[in-house]
Design a protein around this ligand. Sequence first.
Ligand code: AMP
Length: 476
Amino acid sequence: MSFDSLGLSKPILQAVSNQGYSKPSPIQEKAIPAILQGRDVMAAAQTGTGKTAGFTLPILEKLSQGQRAGSNQVRALILTPTRELAAQVGENVKTYGKHLALRSEVVFGGVKINPQMRRLLGGIDILVATPGRLLDLYQQNAVKFDRLEVLVLDEADRMLDMGFINDIRKILKVLPENRQNLMFSATFSAEIKLLANNIVNNPIEISVSPQNSTAKKVKQWLHPVDKKQKPALLAHLIVEHDWKQVLIFSRTKHGANKVARYLESHGINAAAIHGNKSQGARTRVLAEFKAGKIRALVATDIAARGLDIEQLPQVVNLDLPQVAADYVHRIGRTGRAGASGQAISLVSADEIKLLEDIEYLIQKHIEREYVSGFEPSHELPASRAIRPLKPKKPKKNKKFADDNASQGSGSNQSKIAAKTKQQRKPHQKSQKQRPLAQGSETTKKTSQKPKQKKAKLNNPAKETFIWERKVKKVKK
Ligand code: AMP
């Protein structure tokens, strides 16, 4: 099948051909005609499948035919869980829409709100936004939804894992009922389906890869190693294999900084990217990495969401993620859009439980390979046999009936997220909700230092107030 047969007009086909895409990806083949017909869509598609063009191209096509947005109006709203993904999607919208007279904007937290308000004044055809900042803008009357035609929820599973369910429900309440809805998610848990029931109407369901499977063209294996030896093994691998561009995942911000410093001290050009860095610094580091000036980029999970670096060949998990689904997201950074890639995990004995969770999710054992000189003194135990995946039973959805229910109390969160939450103290949960909207990390450290985080937000007074109120509530 070619792009020409999908019903897209010349200016869009021109932009697609400028990108060098020869044929639509499977998700694009299915999603584009459905969206052009005005159908709601629920798509299970990982990052790297071409899903962004899958929804952006038909949206551009549809909007190019209607009346332009009036002041403060928005005609298509794309919600993403993180700033990086918002910026990435925004870039795609601009690229694919460059021959059209449509206006698009990206808004997210962590940067000044006033310039965003000014840019929204003249009306925006396609707005890409993170939920928290969008609500702030709405509350300040900077954005109107009376003419909204299309809503996209991108990476919906991630939105739930990050505790955005309340923000999403608030947003849904202020949108016109009559609109087209498109939901994209790497995984489709029972909780996502429940959310979908409240958003999409009679959707076309699209699935382009088996549920929770890791990207097909990615070769993955692990090196058993002692924890304290991980930075040295990483440096050894980078030099030994002469990796020119490697994305490294660290569970914590502190760990990311530490390993970036270690690599630097061993002559490897490296930088860290995480929620404690200003948006400007994150954008700069990413640009340098993409341009090949930085060889090793060490990122936390949230900061790495949405990173789209063409043909990134190498991903390393310095530590395994707490949430098994993050493994799938992490390794989706490589082997993108048909390119092949490698994902290597450095696994110490204490991570056996996390490894077993991942192997259960992806339904296979990850091959182990020992590196000479780095054999662990604490042996990584053998993983247990893979049990078949259990279908999850949908839980009763009280939350949609009760809008004042406290955020993230469990019923709408994925089982995996719930599992992570069990490891937190109860009061830490509420502190985390707001900062996460600004794109920060789910590390224990973050939640223990909420005030430090607030100082970086746009409206510290308001944010601190919300946080203090929540803490008081818990203390009672
Ligand atoms: P995603 O994050 O799933 O939207 O995938 C993005 C990657 O796939 C980007 O690097 C796109 O430039 C690339 N891509 C999207 N559509 C195509 C296509 N039809 N052919 C080749 N690459 C594509």
